[in-house]
Structure formats: structure tokens, C-alpha cells
Design a protein around this ligand. Structure first.
Ligand code: FAD
Ligand code: NAI
Length: 476
């Protein structure tokens, strides 16, 4: 499959970390091969993650709007609004295939060699690739970038069969809308995919080990606002609770045994479908790390030197979900660019303080930088500037005014420490906050920037005004 020539760099894994690194490497003039075993490029994100989940979130949002949100605007439908799951899934698959094929096209355009098979390190300079037909080939290379990503972590006592007990992968492929769904783990995957099936009619219960949803990292006030919104949408939450056992019933469905997280009396909960979304683990199975002596930590992550992505084995680098940091596609991409820039002898840098987080529910939740609790912990004087979406004219006209924009700024310098948004399209609104932080802007810089009227982005401007001493918002 490959030319047999020695490569400047071999990238193992064709996800957002790996494929972006491969394209960038080629653009920098390096001879590059990307090894990917799943048969399509794009990794978790394009095949079974970001893209299919967003396709289903979009479809289910449209359904929900048609079913419940249109009549008040005078829009009615002749018959009952219905969902055909097969058609919805068909559209999702088409989006995925279009995009994964698109990356193959980008590889061709940029002259990246695509080795279709599973890679294994033989040494720092040799990667063995096992092809689909069982044949194998050894590629010689000056450098190796490992970007093999992550897979759902297993939950003891709850064995996923991807039909009734599913991980995110199975939850993106259900054949019909379940009447009841139990989501184990109230993190991003559980809340996004729980939203999909809840909107389509499933009664969703989230069982979460911690006493709050969304884990660490999210601002507490934003979390409370978000959870209230999900409850209003019909989500049921069982916090501080763990699942100890799942038994599949012969007639279909599952009986779960629950227990308070701290231990105590057991109860049972029935569900047609159970989604296990209790986190993901780095995937390095069969990669030959032990043979070559690449160091991993107790979480299974490959240990790297911060910023250079160097492992303990010279010439071997690692990026994306297999190394520490948030398991996010855009984080993997930034690392992919940075690592090959450095291999090419250029400067490359990732600013981990400005990596945005988005939960693509409705409303969306998006943030960058520090939470209020973290700012408090820093022990500095800070300002909170907030603006409710209910006071934004476009959000009102759109009938989509649930949410808030919240800025945290340093009282002494005015610099933005954190931005937190709950709103329809919050992920898009956040981009200007990320840019502002990247440029070291103050809230006043945003407050004095002309924003188009009427746009929801004016809520960002108004919150920045509220976070600027002596200024204050106009419309609230
Ligand atoms: P992956 O995307 O996991 O890619 C690794 C690739 O390496 C895989 O294709 C795998 O087949 C291949 N591979 C592994 N071992 C080998 C080997 N030995 N040889 C050859 N190939 C190998 N992130 C976001 O930022 N936004 C989102 O909206 C979002 N939504 C998500 C929704 C879901 C349901 C899930 C599960 C994840 C989501 N993520 C999202 C997370 C995102 O998918 C990951 O952070 C991202 O894909 C990580 O990129 P990566 O390149 O490190 O690894
Ligand atoms: P997560 O780490 O976000 O959430 C897991 C949740 O499960 C936590 O709240 C945790 O307390 C809980 N939990 C752990 N063990 C439990 C148990 N035994 N019983 C009950 N609850 C338990 O992990 P998740 O949702 O699986 O997502 C994995 C990764 O995928 C995330 O790190 C995220 O970065 C990425 N992702 C990102 C998306 C986005 O950016 N929009 C969307 C989906 C996934």
C-alpha cells in the first residue's frame, strides 16, 4: 500500500488528532503516512462521536420544535408529527460518510499516504501495519506520532451488548425510540444522547455517581441553570447514586440495581435501553508500547513532556485522547498541528487556558477559562458580569430566550478570566470570547466592539458591559 520509502513521520490513528497532523505534516513538506485501521478516516469524532451525535441532536431538535414549538407561531400540520427513525439514521450516516470520504480526498490532495490497517510499533523507527486481508508491511520512519484515541470505559456489572445496554456507539444506532432510557453517567455524552432520545419521546432517567451533573470544570451557577432546563424538558435525575448490576430480561429491557454512592439500601430500576456513559479510556491496545518501552500512567494515558508531545522514547510522540487533558476533538487537532510543526523544526504551541467546552443540547452550554469557584480559589478580586437571554431582542423574537451569558473578569486589570454561556447556539457565541481571551482582551474591549443588531451576540456584548466597572449593561 505504501511506497516503501522511509517516511519523515508516520502517524498512527486517523482521528482529528492524527488526520490533521498528517495533513499539516504534508503541507510542511514532510513525507508522511497515516495508519488507520477502522476502514474510514475521521476517528471517533467523525464516525461514532461529534458528527453523528450532532446530526441526531439537530434532527431531534427539529422534531421537538415541530411537535411542540410551532403551534404558538400559528404553524400547524395536517396530521400527527411523526419520526421515522430509519430515515433520520440514514441522513446521519450520509453526513458521516460524506465527511470521512472528504478526508480521504484531502489526503490525496495533500499527498498524505493512507495505510489502511492496524499499526504496531516495532521500534522508534519502524511501524508494522496489519492490513484487512491479514498481510502486513513494515514502514520505516524518522518519527512516529501516536494518535490512537479513546474508547468507552467498561462499567463493572453492566456489560454493553450495543443493543439494549449501549455505549454512545449503540445509542447512535437505535432502531426505534425506547419508551424508557436510563443513562448511567451524567456527563457530556449522557446529556447529549439522552437529549436526543428524550426529545423523540423516551422517558430519560440519569443515574449519576457524583452529587452533580457535568463533572468538574463547569461553573456551578451555569450547571444549576442547565440542570433546571433539562428537568423542564422531562429529564429525571438520580444523583449520588451508582448502578451495581444490570440484568437483561428475556422479554426485552433491563433491570438495574441501584445503590446510594456511599452505600446503603438497594433499589431496582427498569429500562428499555440503558446507555453507559461513564467516561472513556485511552486506547493503546495492540500498539506495542510495552515492547518499545513507551511509558504510560495509571490511567493508561501515554506520558508526554508538556508542549513538545515527546514520549520517553526519542522520536515517538503522542497527542489527542491518549494523552492528558480534555478528550475533545479540537484539542486533539491543535496538538496535531503543534507536534508536526515541531517535528518540522518550527515553533508550535497549544494554549490550554483557552480550550473551549461545549455541550450541544438545547439550550447549549459553552464555556472557556475559569469557573467562579476557580477564580475565588485564586484569591483575587473579580467582577461577575451577567446578561439574561430573556433581555436580548433577537432571542425573544426567535422564541429562544432561555439562558444567560456570564463573564468573570480580573477587577484590577479588566482581563477576562472566564466566559460561560447558556443559550441556543452558545457554542458559536463563545468563539468571540475565546478569541478575546487569546488576545488578552478586557471585557471593556468586547463591550466597546460594535455587535450587529439584532443578534444574540449582543447578549455577549451586554454581559461584557456588565463586567466592566463604571459601565453596566443597557438592556437589563
Ligand atoms: P480518535 O478520534 O479516537 O481517533 C483515533 C483513531 O485511531 C481511531 O479511528 C482508531 O480506529 C485509530 N486507531 C487506534 N489504534 C490504532 C492502531 N493501532 N492502528 C491504526 N489505527 C488505530 N469532541 C468534541 O470536541 N466535540 C464533540 O461534540 C464531541 N462529541 C462526541 C460525541 C461522542 C458520542 C463521543 C464518543 C466523543 C465526542 N467527542 C467530542 C470527543 C472526540 O470524539 C474525541 O476527543 C476525538 O475524536 C479525539 O481525537 P483523537 O484523534 O485523539 O482520537
Ligand atoms: P464524562 O467524564 O463527561 O462523564 C462521565 C460521568 O459519569 C461523570 O459525571 C461521572 O461522575 C459519572 N460516573 C462515573 N462513573 C459512574 C458510575 N459508576 N455510576 C454513575 N455515574 C458515573 O464522560 P462521557 O460523558 O462518557 O464522555 C467522555 C468524553 O467524551 C468526555 O471527556 C468528553 O470530553 C467527550 N465528549 C465531548 C463532547 C462535547 O464536547 N460536546 C460530547 C461527547 C463526548
Amino acid at each position: 500500500a505504501t511506497s516503501g520509502e522511509e517516511q519523515d513521520v508516520v502517524i498512527v490513528g486517523g482521528g482529528p488528532g492524527g488526520y490533521v497532523a498528517a495533513i499539516k505534516a504534508a503541507q510542511l513538506g514532510l513525507k508522511v503516512t497515516c495508519v488507520e485501521g477502522r476502514g474510514t478516516l475521521g476517528g471517533t469524532c467523525l464516525n461514532v462521536g461529534c458528527i453523528p451525535s450532532k446530526a441526531l441532536l439537530n434532527a431531534s431538535h427539529k422534531y421537538e420544535e415541530a411537535k411542540h414549538g410551532m403551534a404558538k407561531h400559528g404553524i400547524t400540520f395536517g396530521g400527527e408529527v411523526a419520526i421515522d427513525v430509519e430515515t433520520m439514521m440514514g441522513h446521519k450516516s450520509k453526513a458521516v460518510t460524506g465527511l470521512t470520504k472528504g478526508i480521504e480526498g484531502l489526503f490525496k490532495k495533500n499527498k498524505v499516504t493512507y495505510a489502511k490497517g492496524w499499526g504496531k510499533l516495532l521500534s522508534a523507527n519502524e511501524v508494522n501495519v496489519t492490513m484487512e486481508d491479514g498481510s502486513s508491511e513494515v514502514i520505516k520512519t524518522k518519527n512516529v506520532v501516536l494518535a490512537t484515541g479513546s474508547v468507552p470505559s467498561a462499567l463493572p456489572g453492566v456489560d454493553a451488548d450495543e443493543e439494549t445496554i449501549v455505549t454512545s456507539t449503540g445509542a447512535l444506532e437505535l432502531k426505534k425510540v425506547p419508551e424508557t432510557m436510563v443513562v448511567i453517567g451524567g456527563g457530556v455524552i449522557g446529556l447529549e444522547l439522552g437529549s436526543v432520545w428524550s426529545r423523540l419521546g423516551a422517558k430519560v432517567t440519569v443515574v449519576e455517581f457524583a452529587d452533580k451533573i457535568c463533572g468538574a470544570g463547569i461553573d456551578d451557577e451555569i450547571r444549576t441553570t442547565f440542570q433546571r432546563s433539562l428537568k423542564k424538558q422531562g429529564f429525571n435525575f438520580k444523583l449520588s447514586t451508582k448502578v451495581t448490576k444490570a440484568v437483561k430480561k428475556p422479554e426485552g429491557g433491563v433491570t438495574l440495581t441501584l445503590e446510594p454512592s456511599a452505600g446503603g439500601e438497594q433499589t431496582e430500576l427498569e429500562a428499555d435501553i440503558v446507555l453507559v456513559s461513564t467516561g472513556r479510556r485511552p486506547f493503546t491496545d495492540g500498539l506495542g508500547l510495552e515492547d518499545v518501552g513507551v511509558e504510560t500512567n495509571r490511567m493508561g494515558q501515554i506520558v508526554i513532556e508538556p508542549h513538545t508531545f515527546k514520549t520517553n522514547v526519542p522520536g515517538v510522540f503522542a497527542i489527542g485522547d491518549i494523552v492528558a487533558g480534555p478528550m475533545l476533538a479540537h484539542k486533539a487537532e491543535e496538538e496535531g498541528v503543534s507536534v508536526v510543526e515541531q517535528i518540522a523544526g518550527k515553533k508550535g504551541h497549544v494554549n490550554y487556558d483557552t480550550i473551549p467546552s461545549v455541550i450541544y443540547t438545547h439550550p447549549e452550554v459553552a464555556w472557556v477559562g475559569k469557573t467562579e469557584a476557580e477564580v475565588k480559589e485564586m484569591g483575587i478580586e473579580y467582577i461577575v458580569g451577567k446578561f439574561p437571554l430573556a433581555a436580548n431582542s433577537r432571542a425573544r423574537a426567535n422564541d429562544d430566550s432561555e439562558g444567560v451569558v456570564k463573564f468573570l473578569t480580573d477587577k484590577a486589570t479588566g482581563k477576562i478570566l472566564g466566559a460561560h454561556i447558556v443559550s441556543g447556539g452558545a457554542g458559536e457565541l463563545l468563539a468571540e470570547c475565546v478569541l478575546a481571551m487569546e488576545y488578552g482582551a478586557t471585557a471593556e474591549d468586547i463591550a466597546r466592539t460594535c455587535h450587529s443588531h439584532p443578534t444574540v451576540s449582543e447578549a455577549v456584548k451586554e454581559a461584557a458591559m456588565a463586567a466592566t466597572p463604571g459601565m453596566g449593561s443597557i438592556h437589563f
